[in-house]
Design a protein. Structure first.
Length: 255
């Protein structure tokens, strides 16, 4: 069991799993894919980086040091091949990003011949994301691990191709199904968080994030990019240079 590799989406989730391995008895090591799969293209790593760079306009300086968003997946494959991993454990919950992550892992690691395991987040308490759990909780949840069969993996790999090819730039989880939605789907959350008074952009974005449902939590980066769009289109006004999210305030545009 010491050669298990735990796979998670995002630095926070992977960090929690590493802590669970170090201090809470979770067997194996952890590897994270630093991404948010709820939005952006999934068919080309370079196009995905270009999309993310555009999202950073008005957020902060672009800090990703790769020109291909799929580089971590290739590093994962090399790690598995080089370390003699006997089993991979995919951690995911009932949410848009991690549902795609599970399907994407089955596609990218299709040639892996070791054990395939999955730990799903229990949905009874409304916490559907791995990173929301503490390291101690994650170690305890490992008792619910289950094997993924060959047919399940093949079906999930096919599901990723459907998501990749059919869902466009923005996706949503509803009752176990990931579907594409219009790019402006969440704009009303930003508009509802604005008033006629000048309000710091981070507060408006934070309020919009808080209005998301527990299966579809959208990031501050995503909402920052949509706020830029609403300012560009004249529906919201900004009072200062808006090159960094924390430095400007906004209000609803006058009718």
């Amino acid at each position: 069991m010491s050669q298990l590799l735990h796979l998670a989406l995002g630095d926070s989730a992977a960090g929690c799993l590493r802590e669970a391995c170090r201090n809470h008895g979770l067997p194996g090591t952890a590897f994270g894919i630093p991404d948010d799969l709820s939005h952006g293209p999934l068919d080309d790593g370079r196009k995905r980086i270009d999309y993310m760079r555009a999202c950073f306009r008005g957020y902060e300086d672009f800090y990703l040091d790769t020109d291909d968003a799929f580089t971590p997946w290739r590093e994962l494959i090399a790690h598995i091949d080089g370390e003699g991993i006997e089993g991979v454990v995919i951690w995911c919950g009932d949410n848009v990003s991690e549902a795609i992550f599970l399907a994407m892992a089955c596609r990218w690691l299709a040639d892996y011949s070791g054990r395939w395991l999955q730990v799903a987040m229990p949905g009874s308490d409304g916490r559907h994301y791995v990173a929301i759990r503490s390291p101690a909780e994650l170690a305890g949840l490992f008792a619910s691990v289950r094997e993924l069969t060959d047919s399940e993996r093949a079906a999930l790999a096919g599901e990723f191709l459907r998501i990749r090819d059919e869902t466009g730039q923005l996706r949503r989880w509803e009752e176990g199904h990931v579907s594409g939605i219009p790019p402006d789907h969440y704009d009303q959350l930003l508009l509802a968080s604005c008033t006629d008074d000048w309000t710091p952009a981070p507060r408006v974005i934070g309020n919009a994030m808080g209005r998301c449902d527990g299966h579809n939590l959208m990031s501050d980066l995503f909402f920052s990019s949509r706020l830029q769009h609403l300012i560009d289109s004249g529906r919201i006004e900004a009072d200062e240079d808006r090159s960094r999210m924390r430095d400007y305030t906004v209000r609803l545009a006058e009718a």
